[in-house]
Design a protein around this ligand. Structure first.
Ligand SMILES: Nc1nc2c(ncn2[C@@H]2O[C@H](COP(=O)(O)OP(=O)(O)O[C@H]3O[C@H](CO)[C@@H](O)[C@H](O)[C@@H]3O)[C@@H](O)[C@H]2O)c(=O)[nH]1
Length: 237
């Protein structure tokens, strides 16, 4: 048994169909690891909180922590909320909609140990990494967001907008204190800040598979917020 503890944060909004399976898969793929799963649900109208509480009864409240906010307040701030409950030495952040396969977590852990990385990020844009199931528009949004950020900010990471990552807990706490973003742009800002602070970042290629159940919450407003976030880095301080 690995003595280091891992806190896996799952932000959820209308994920009642996906939650039982992702939790089961995490538990299968984290065999012999010391871990907890923190579900951050924003009072989803589809009853995700109740599903989370039912799963907590099955697997125990040592393994599953259920928390959340009264209403949908954005992905970035959901992570920040979840971190407050994390008791692990490391924090893993991932989507709850099965687009991030839990089998990669052990690869992140192994890679982290090899060079004592501060952060290990899954990448869809290097090595064997890839995206499956997105339409052309969605692929273009992701590629363009990554490209613009790479060119303007040169953070030295191939996938800036992905959210499947492992952080040393103290590193994550320092990063979230310095981040101002609340929505999806949070992922990009975290990597840019990590570069500014000089944190070491390892990459593990991952396959991102688009969700089968439910809908993405990435809308026009999130894209606008992303562009606004980019502009912020160039605004005089
Ligand atoms: N608690 C909470 N959870 C949220 C919120 N918005 C989204 N989520 C949860 O965050 C995860 C990702 O949301 P999706 O809306 O399914 O993301 P996506 O469109 O598939 O986007 C993926 O790709 C983006 C770009 O590469 C990533 O930036 C994003 O994190 C995600 O991995 C899911 O578990 C979803 O329920 C929110 O406001 N509050």
């Amino acid at each position: 048994m690995n003595e280091l503890k891992y806190s896996i944060i799952l932000p959820t909004y209308n994920e009642s169909e996906n939650l039982p399976l992702i939790i089961w898969l995490i538990i299968q793929h984290m065999e012999n690891e010391n871990f907890e799963i923190i579900i951050v649900d924003d009072n989803s109208p589809d009853g995700t909180t109740q599903v989370a509480k039912d799963l907590q009864k099955i697997y125990g409240d040592e393994k599953i922590v259920v928390t959340g906010r009264e209403k949908k307040l954005g992905l970035g701030s959901a992570y920040i909320h979840g971190i407050k409950f994390a008791k692990g030495d490391f924090v893993v952040i991932m989507d709850a909609d099965l687009s991030h396969h839990p089998k990669f977590i052990k690869q992140f852990i192994k890679h982290q140990k090899e060079k004592d990385y501060d952060i290990v990020t899954g990448t869809r844009y290097a090595g064997d990494g890839g995206v499956h199931g997105w339409n052309l528009k969605r692929k273009a949004i992701s590629r363009t967001a990554n490209y613009i950020t790479q060119v303007l900010l040169r953070p030295g990471v191939s996938d800036l907008t992905g959210s499947f990552r492992l952080y040393k807990k103290q590193v994550l706490e320092k990063l979230v204190q310095s981040c101002i973003s609340k929505g999806y742009v949070f992922q990009m800002e975290m990597m840019v800040r990590a570069n500014q602070f000089g944190f070491s970042v390892g990459e593990v290629p991952i396959s991102f598979v688009d969700r089968q159940f439910g809908e993405s919450k990435l809308g026009g407003n999130e894209i606008f917020q992303f562009l606004k976030g980019l502009l912020y880095f160039f605004a005089p301080t």
